[in-house]
Design a protein around this ligand. Structure first.
Ligand code: NOJ
Length: 713
């Protein structure tokens, strides 16, 4: 059956079922519950089962439990409707993959599609049918802890990953076995919270919203995203969770979203704190009437909506529409026909091909920030591995580790010992990741003294990144700084391995190490991936997707800022700059080193003109002039020189990841479509403007070496 007829069929079955449902049961379909409702005293919720007041559950991570709940619900509820079980399957279920920010540094959306498909399969086998992912919030502020959960600061790149992740989770059509419903979140502009403070307000022009924050959602919806989650923040004074313009006019009418909307957890009752609703009933009504279909989580809808329907404040037709969307999904994924989870089917968890995908995606996500030639590691008799991440299994999994198993994590120590069996590797953590305990630093220094080379594995612990983890200090803990300082004084070659979930200020560590490899949080295969990259088995190819600032005072520092009237060109005092710091970040968007060198040669544009619906093909040769095979990420940036609204100084409009063997070259093409140059005008129309543009074929956002002109005519 084609997708459309499958959808129609599911909707028809949903409509039939709807006719038999009581208002109570309908409202129940709009209500999601957490673990509390099935805790030991779940008897207190007996009426929920008997009256069918439960539509969905979140984060119940036990398929035996899921089967118990489903059978009770199906048996007792009036129309025997099973619940939709959801979870935050964000960078893996059991097999843990690199965090999304790291995945984006691979510039390899296909790899992300594969990681999401594997995560979906493992979660599906455990009874989960819906994930709260991908998060496609653009984040330009590393103080915001959730920057780790998205795909970086750039809209074009995030669009590519949004599409890939939706396809990875859902497959080609909703309802395939071993896939999950996806949920694009958080609608919208959550990444732009003032000051990088989680849950804070957002105030921005609608043009900015349309140009920067909306496109990844549009892309994911185009790719078939089944659901969307609201955001905690208000947008220009109206909380997103009760924002009719966002949830109905833009999301449904303009973007054509056909699935259902779930509120973020607590966001409905928080409308009271926002001062936007009088009480929780009022909050529920405002959220629902604005376009929320399902409440995460609790009884607000169950408790208040029957009364609102009676007095006309909520229409039953609107409730029917929401129930229909939710039931249609339940039919579409086959839940209504078969909800039972096989409790003995374990072959998918940590399957060998899942582990190799985890290792490969980790290797591709690492960004080599500095290297004076010390890497890849040559032959060393004695290596000292120091720092709190040396044997770490927990933090390296990353903040949304779901049901990843700590004991399955391969540590850096284990990985190195596997890849360098001949080398004596001495290990000492040196200091604590959480506390200010520095008692082991002397021991770490002693070990380092007798080694040929020192690897310092440092980073940020679980809980300091992710949700509710905003910070003003983007640095390592003082004990780890002491460790780096002391080791660097020994005069030995030092390799810094950095585990983090956001850009950090590395200005002071830069001169203290011969190489810095940013490995983010790599997940289950941490040690194997790290060892393969340090040894040169995999040549690092990751490129930053979020700028690393020189100092916290530069924030926000992102590459695609608007052209100002006084650009910082250094000819006069009165320029848009800082007097005590450069305006460029320490490491820009798109930056990353390799063990080899790549040259771009013979760059040709198929034309220097195109019409508003035209294309220019940019072809180029990538020559690998070094001694190692490797991947290069060729980036295409443009600048619209004169327009009816001020345009960014540069915008990414294409890229190509190319594998080139040492000494060889490859010819490649990137196509630039004129429609990619469209932007939102002052009157909210969206089109390409004719005129002159610049174009760069570049290694990162600050690379101006290959500059060309073209015109849209
Ligand atoms: C709150 C978070 O903002 C959201 O992203 C997540 O999916 C829900 N909690 C459920 O865990």
């Amino acid at each position: 059956m084609s997708e459309i007829s499958k959808f129609e069929n599911a909707r028809r079955r949903a409509s039939k079922l709807l006719e038999k449902m009581t208002l109570t049961e309908k409202i129940g379909q709009l209500s999601q519950f957490g673990t509390s409702i099935y805790s030991d005293d779940h008897k207190a919720f007996e009426d929920h089962f008997a009256e069918g007041k439960i539509g969905s559950y979140l984060t119940i991570r036990d398929r035996k439990r899921i089967n118990e709940i489903q059978s009770e619900l199906v048996e007792k509820s009036p129309n025997h409707i099973p619940a939709l079980f959801a979870d935050d399957v964000i960078h893996g279920y059991k097999t843990t993959f690199p965090i999304p920010l790291a995945q984006s540094c691979s510039w390899d959306p296909e790899m992300t599609e594969k990681c999401c498909a594997i995560s979906a399969k493992e979660a599906y086998r455990d009874g989960i049918r819906w994930t709260f992912a991908p998060m496609v919030d653009i984040a330009r502020d590393p103080r915001w802890g959730r920057i780790m959960e998205g795909y970086g600061e750039d809209t074009f790149l995030c669009r590519c990953f949004a599409r890939a992740a939706v396809k990875g989770y859902q497959g080609n059509e909703i309802g395939e076995k071993d896939r999950l419903l996806s949920c694009m979140k958080h609608f919208i502009a959550y990444g732009a919270v003032v000051g990088g403070k989680d849950y804070n307000s957002v105030d921005m022009s609608m043009q900015q919203l349309y140009d920067i924050y909306l496109p990844p959602f549009r892309e994911g919806i185009d790719a078939g995203a089944a659901t969307v989650m609201t955001a905690f923040n208000d947008l220009n004074g109206v909380p997103s969770t009760a924002n009719k313009m966002l949830l109905t006019d833009i999301l449904r009418k303009e973007l054509g979203f056909k699935g259902f909307v779930v509120s973020d957890d607590g966001a409905v009752e928080e409308l009271v704190n926002h001062g936007y609703a009088e009480n929780e009933g009022d909050a529920g009504k405002k959220a629902f009437n604005a376009g929320v279909d399902m409440l995460m989580s609790g009884d607000i809808f169950n408790d208040h909506f029957p009364e609102f329907v009676k007095n006309g404040e909520i229409s039953e037709e609107k409730i029917n529409e929401s129930v229909l969307s939710i039931l249609t999904m339940k039919f579409l994924i086959g839940l209504m026909d078969d909800w039972k989870v096989d409790e003995n089917e374990d072959t998918a968890f940590f399957a060998p091909e899942h582990l190799s995908a985890a290792r490969e995606s980790a290797e591709h996500s690492f960004v080599l920030l500095e290297n004076d030639g010390v890497l890849p590691l040559g032959k060393h008799d004695k290596i000292a591995l120091v720092g709190p991440m040396a044997r770490n299994k927990r933090d390296v999994m990353g903040p949304w580790e779901c049901v990843g198993e700590e004991e399955r994590t391969v540590t850096v120590e284990e990985g190195l010992k596997r890849v360098f069996p001949e080398t004596k590797i001495s290990v000492c953590e040196g200091c604590d990741l959480e506390t200010d305990d520095i008692s082991g630093i002397c021991e770490a220094v002693e070990i380092a003294k007798s080694a040929d080379l020192v690897i310092v594995a440092v980073g940020q612990r679980h809980g300091t990144v992710g949700e509710a983890a905003s910070t003003t200090r983007l640095r390592l803990t003082p004990p780890q700084e002491t460790l780096i300082n002391e080791v660097s004084k020994l005069g030995k070659p030092v390799v810094l391995l950095l585990f983090c979930g956001r850009p950090l200020v590395l200005t002071e560590y830069r001169d203290k190490a011969n190489a810095i490899l940013c490995v983010w949080y790599p997940g289950t295969e941490t040690g194997n991936a790290v060892a393969n990259v340090l040894s040169g088995k995999h040549n690092p190819s990751g490129r930053l997707t979020a700028s690393f600032p020189v100092t916290e005072g530069q924030i926000p520092v992102y590459y695609n800022f608007f052209s100002t009237g006084r650009p910082a060109v250094g000819i006069q005092r009165f320029e848009a700059k800082y007097n005590d710091c450069q305006i460029e970040p320490l490491y820009p968007f798109g930056y990353g080193k390799s063990y080899t060198e790549f040259l771009y040669e013979d760059i040709k544009l198929s034309s220097d003109k195109m019409t508003e619906d035209g294309v220019i093909d940019i072809s180029f040769t990538v020559r690998n002039t070094g001694k190692h095979d490797g991947y290069e990420i060729v980036q295409l940036y443009v600048r619209d020189l004169v327009a009816s609204r001020v345009r960014p100084v540069k915008e990414l409009k294409g890229f190509k990841k190319v594998f080139v063997k040492a000494g060889e070259s490859k010819r490649e093409t990137i196509s630039l479509k004129a429609k990619e140059l469209a932007f939102c005008h002052t009157d909210m129309t969206f089109s390409v403007e004719k005129g002159d543009f610049k174009l760069w074929v570049a290694k990162n956002a600050l690379d101006n070496s290959n500059e060309f002109d073209f015109r849209v005519v």
